[in-house]
Design a protein around this ligand. Structure first.
Ligand SMILES: Cc1cc2nc3c(=O)[nH]c(=O)nc-3n(C[C@H](O)[C@H](O)[C@H](O)COP(=O)(O)OP(=O)(O)OC[C@H]3O[C@@H](n4cnc5c(N)ncnc54)[C@H](O)[C@@H]3O)c2cc1C
Length: 524
């Protein structure tokens, strides 16, 4: 993906312009390009910089939806889980979850529900759920609070690296001919005779504006969707209610091993996970309605306290603020029940709306179902714009970097294991950069599982444009250890500046702005 070349192509005529480069927009771009539609995607910040890099990292059917009786939704998500696992084995793996039972009835109760989960997964089942004795639970989760523990249930789900999957989708769309540009904000909609004919986009690196012509415009901006809708209809009522979810990242000493802990009911009636991920333990999440949409949502003190308190309740060692390596918050784009009339509601999970001028907005859903959402929204937009009808082929489409033989070594805890595993078939090329240049052969930081060659690779091939793009989403340094990320920012900035041909003042500004950003991920 070459950003400069893609900027030059913005003058081409497109069939579809997609606004937003999160899971939803990228899924739509892959879908549209795979059907042969001329596709452009514009992302105001970086790919997955919004909600799509801040998830619990689960590719799941949603045990919670099952408890709500939403069987259709669970079945659809389980089907997509199976497809994603097959099409991106370098980024998705299986994870065994344990639901502890502290009351005699809860083991059998959750056991029955999870059997239904197995049945719904059908041939896409990752493993069989099973009742566990107290000893079997503690063998899997040695740091689980043993007092009053009666037993438990195990079940299987998928796990992934969200921002890396977003990069893989962007590269896949690009391989298929789509034009993608990050750090490019849509600032207006172009109309003629009351109908949309394209978008006005600003290159946020230079301030230069471009007109992009497209037969259909898809608004996939998540919690920002109402802002785009109001560029179309200034008085449009709000569709999206943002709800914040926070995660704490702890050292793996709090959850050693390869099993995840699932608490089906917290004090506020939610599901809580403690999940092993890249040799850390992720604790999440919360569900807090927030009045305003922020680019960088801030965790509230009460959310942090809630997570620390619940983790302490179920783990033998109580985590304290100073144990937290990083904290992150994301906003769910929930659809308002009383929102504007829906022209098509294709699933209970996500909704598609069409305005009189033809703006197609897609909101809701989850990462796991991004492919299905892309299929639905491209069907809708193509029909609306009168594009030639073409069937979807993405259910079987291998994503960029996916090995053909599916033989990927996975760590027992879900994510593919080993240095550079996330690059799949390109890992050797990334490694070759280190072999050619000793400066790139060194680790990024002693506490991080990355090499400096990944920085150069990210800039050259993955459209990373800043230190934050590299440390937050091309690698996951900021999530794994915010302090380590701050410490290696100067070395990373040097490589990014060299690759982009920037001067020392740019480098210094990058270090300062990344440090300010990363300090928000620290609790103490
Ligand atoms: C706490 C939490 C945990 C979750 N955990 C899971 C999980 O484990 N598994 C799962 O399947 N799902 C999970 N989800 C759901 C999933 O993360 C979201 O459904 C998904 O990421 C939403 O993607 P999106 O593309 O719609 O929105 P976003 O990722 O927010 O993307 C929208 C993009 O639009 C861009 N944009 C905004 N305005 C403009 C503009 N004017 N011009 C150009 N671009 C613009 C933004 O910069 C942003 O990148 C979780 C969600 C949350 C909040």
């Amino acid at each position: 993906m070459d950003r400069a070349r893609n900027l030059d192509r913005l003058g081409d005529p497109f069939d579809l312009a997609i606004i937003g480069g999160g899971a939803t927009g990228l899924g739509a771009a892959v879908e549209a390009a795979a059907r042969g539609y001329r596709t452009v995607l514009l992302e105001a910040r970086d790919f997955a910089q919004g909600t799509s890099s801040r998830s619990t990292k689960l590719v799941h059917g949603g045990v919670r939806y099952l408890a709500q009786g939403n069987v259709g939704l669970v079945r659809e998500a389980l089907l997509e889980r199976g497809r994603l696992r097959r099409n991106a084995p370098h980024l998705v793996g299986d994870l065994e979850f344990v639901v502890p039972a502290y009351a005699w009835w809860s083991g059998p109760y959750y056991g029955v529900g999870l059997k239904l989960y197995d049945v719904l997964a059908g041939r896409h089942r990752l493993g069989t759920s099973q009742l566990l004795s107290r000893a079997q639970v503690l063998e899997r989760l040695p740091t689980l609070e043993p007092d009053q523990l009666k037993g438990g249930v195990r079940y299987f789900d998928g796990q992934f690296d969200d921002a890396r999957l977003a990069v893989a989708l962007a590269l896949t769309a690009s391989d298929l001919g789509a034009v993608l540009v990050n750090h490019a904000s849509v600032v207006g909609l172009l109309k003629s005779g009351g109908k949309l004919r394209g978008v006005q986009v600003r290159d946020d690196e230079t301030g230069r504006e471009h007109e992009v012509s497209a037969r259909a415009v898809v608004n996939a901006t998540g919690v920002f969707a109402d802002g785009i809708r109001r560029m179309d209809e200034p008085g449009a009522p709000a569709l999206v209610t943002p709800s914040q979810g926070v995660h704490l990242v702890l050292p793996d000493a709090f959850l050693p091993g390869t099993h995840a802990l699932m608490i089906p009911r917290t004090d506020d009636g939610r599901v809580l996970f403690v999940v092993p991920w890249h040799r850390r333990a992720l604790v999440g999440t919360t569900d807090t309605p927030v009045p305003e949409v922020a680019v960088e949502p801030r965790p509230l003190e009460e959310e942090v306290a809630f997570l620390l308190e619940h983790a302490a309740r179920y783990l033998t060692r109580d985590p304290r603020r100073e144990d937290v390596l990083s904290v992150y918050a994301g906003l769910r784009p929930l659809v308002r029940a009383e929102g504007a009339a829906s022209t098509a509601s294709l699933s209970r999970d996500h909704s598609i709306f069409e305005s009189p001028s033809g703006l197609v907005t897609i909101v809701g859903g989850k990462w796991t179902t991004y492919r299905r959402m892309g299929e639905d929204v491209v069907d809708h937009a193509a029909r609306m714009a009168g594009l030639p009808e073409r069937p979807s082929s993405t259910a079987e489409l291998r994503l960029h970097g996916a090995p053909l033989d599916e033989k990927v070594e996975h760590s027992a805890a879900g994510t593919p294991s080993g240095m550079l595993a996330a690059y799949g078939t390109e890992a050797d090329q990334v490694r070759a950069l280190a072999e050619a240049d000793p400066d790139l052969a060194v680790p990024m930081h002693p506490r991080l599982p990355y090499l400096m060659c990944e920085v150069a690779w990210a800039v050259r091939h993955e459209m990373a444009r800043s230190v934050e793009d590299v440390l937050s989403r091309r690698t996951r340094a900021l999530v794994l250890d915010a302090r380590a990320a701050i410490e290696c920012a100067p070395a990373v900035a040097r490589v990014v500046a060299r690759e982009l041909g920037r001067d020392e003042s740019w480098e210094a500004e990058q270090i300062a702005s990344f440090t300010r950003r990363a300090e928000q991920s620290l609790l103490s």
